[in-house]
Write a protein that binds this ligand. Sequence first.
Ligand SMILES: Cc1cc2nc3c(=O)[nH]c(=O)nc-3n(C[C@H](O)[C@H](O)[C@H](O)COP(=O)(O)O)c2cc1C
Length: 247
Amino acid sequence: MKVLLAHRSIRKYQSKSISDELLHELLECGIRSSNTGNMQLYSIIVTRDQKRKELIAPLHFNQQMVHEAPVILTICFDINRFMKWCRINDTKTDFKSLLWLLNGAIDSSILTQNICVAAENMGLGICYLGTTLYNASEISKILCLPNGVIPITAITIGYPEIVPDQTDRLQLSAVVHYEEYCDYSDAEISEIYSSKERLESSISFVKENGKENLAQVYSEVRYKASDNSYFSSKLLKMLIEQGFNFE
Ligand SMILES: Cc1cc2nc3c(=O)[nH]c(=O)nc-3n(C[C@H](O)[C@H](O)[C@H](O)COP(=O)(O)O)c2cc1C
């Protein structure tokens, strides 16, 4: 619990490498996680080679940690391996659906978080790369992913150089509902988000972006609608080209 409660994302790493033994143990912790039907419909691509990091860094919007972290893991939903097993056993699969993409994304996320917690427990730092889904198709090419292997998320891992302050969270009472969902009034919403809005970092974030409030920064700058629909369409196109069927 101490490890979990001390979590912060680490974006600046020492140049110190991670030993093969430790990396192997972290990966073992990852695949020990619960997964749908114990089918392990995932693959993990380990990137340690600097040249390949330089190739994938632009696809992660050149976030500095992608250049600097000793290890990057890209965790993928993988129906390729399972389909091949079915084919050589004279049976067909029908797992290229929304349901299985979600199942695979859940399994991949659980696996990833197991690795993160194991890594943090060993004094390492991690940071997720949400950019993985934004440029999944281009990342697939760099990592030579075949049809049916879809990048879901990625993490950087390394020994922390800078350990930042912890970030805020909404209070537990704001996110937990006992027995039934208790919908929020506008007044309750304002109260729930007020401490986040009052943070100095939020106030300067609003100012720097020339917006009136924090919600506008999130929805009009950071995760604006045009980007959302652009990256969403790109991802959907890739999935459809690979034979996924969402009907
Ligand atoms: C799925 C996912 C994607 C993320 N993508 C990025 C990213 O691309 N770049 C980054 O710096 N942080 C990324 N993060 C880290 C979040 O920004 C961070 O977890 C959040 O701000 C809370 O801060 P903390 O982890 O330090 O508590 C991501 C986190 C998750 C879970």
